[in-house]
Design a protein around this ligand. Structure first.
Ligand SMILES: Nc1ncnc2c1ncn2[C@@H]1O[C@H](COP(=O)(O)OP(=O)(O)OP(=O)(O)O)[C@@H](O)[C@H]1O
Length: 300
């Protein structure tokens, strides 16, 4: 592989506004070769716009992008970057194999088409025309299209959007084979469990900005994440919120859920006020809860 000394992705001060909407509002992101990074955020956070700017499909108002040390278009033309976008068209009357042959023909050192089909787990779909593919099959074929150039960097926008559970599992198995060879992957997703399972690092966006960036465990720790649950007869929400160390609290019937960073302390405080509290559980915050807390704060 080439470009080993350069970051796979280097984005600095990226901005794109559409009228009043700050779709991307000052994003910095450096991804080292070999990293698998998930881009997360609620609808409208700016993930797709960031991906489009990174790939040179839209031009930024401000900021710079380098992929594998090159301007995006140059990196793409060289075949170093594989791309899987949600809306990538598949021609109805052309077979999957023919589509892949056309794409392979655009690159200098493509993989054999059969190998790309195999990597994407769609060997049996080679002779199928685009019109006859299901939504999930189309996504797998788009993956084959993205890897046929044998790229060092793969950028995927919601790759598993139309897939059922089994297809998603197969897809990620193919992806593992790809990343095991030291390639770099950036994928945007709404499935937090995919980020948790497959990414070395998560980047959370909200309102055009990066609000958290790091390994899953580090991001969870930064959100201060422990949850203490207990059955607390006679509890009232205001009282629970007033306990020292509690950041947020919920109460359903007698079952209380307290978010905090020091659950031992909160438990002592709770028992001091509510000696009858019982069925206590303490667990770490999940990525989904961290996501809600990181992305639901006051708008910036
Ligand atoms: N071409 C455009 N013209 C005007 N506004 C746009 C355009 N593209 C994106 N936006 C706006 O920019 C913001 C960010 O959109 P973007 O599609 O990047 O978000 P996203 O995080 O990818 O969302 P989703 O999870 O729904 O795909 C949104 O408010 C969107 O409406």
């Amino acid at each position: 592989m080439t470009h080993e000394m350069e970051p796979a992705v280097a984005v600095r001060g990226l901005r794109k506004h559409y009228g009043e909407v700050r779709a991307v509002d000052g994003v910095d992101l450096v991804i080292a070769p070999g990293e698998v990074v998930a881009l997360l955020g609620p609808n409208g956070a700016g993930k797709s716009t960031t991906v489009d700017l990174m790939l040179g499909l839209a031009s930024p108002d401000e900021g710079e992008v380098a992929l594998l040390g090159l301007p995006p278009r140059e990196a793409m033309v060289k075949g170093g970057v594989g791309v899987m976008l949600q809306e990538a068209a598949l021609l109805d009357d052309v077979t999957v194999r023919e589509t892949l042959e056309v794409i392979a023909g655009l690159h200098r050192t493509p993989k054999p088409v059969d190998e790309a089909l195999r990597r994407a787990g769609v060997e049996e779909l080679g002779d199928r025309r685009g019109a006859l593919l299901s939504g999930g099959q189309k996504q797998r074929v788009r993956f084959a299209m993205a890897v046929v150039s044998d790229p060092d960097l793969l950028v995927l926008d919601e790759p598993t959007a139309a897939m059922d559970v089994e297809s998603r599992r197969d897809f990620w198995r193919s992806m593992r084979d790809f990343t095991d060879t030291g390639r770099t992957v950036l994928f945007a997703t709404h499935y937090l469990e995919e980020a948790e399972a497959y990414a070395d690092r998560v980047v959370f966006m909200r309102a055009g900005k990066v609000v958290a960036d790091g390994p899953v465990a580090t991001v969870l720790a930064s959100v201060g994440g422990r949850v203490l649950r207990a059955t607390v007869p006679g509890a009232r929400l205001e009282g629970l919120l007033g306990l020292p160390g509690v950041t947020t609290a919920e109460l359903r019937g007698e079952r209380a859920e307290l978010h905090c960073s020091d659950p031992d302390r909160v438990l002592r405080e709770l028992l001091a006020v509510h000696p009858a509290a019982r069925d206590v559980e303490i667990r770490a915050l999940g990525l989904e809860e961290a996501f809600v807390r990181l992305t639901a704060k006051e708008s910036v």
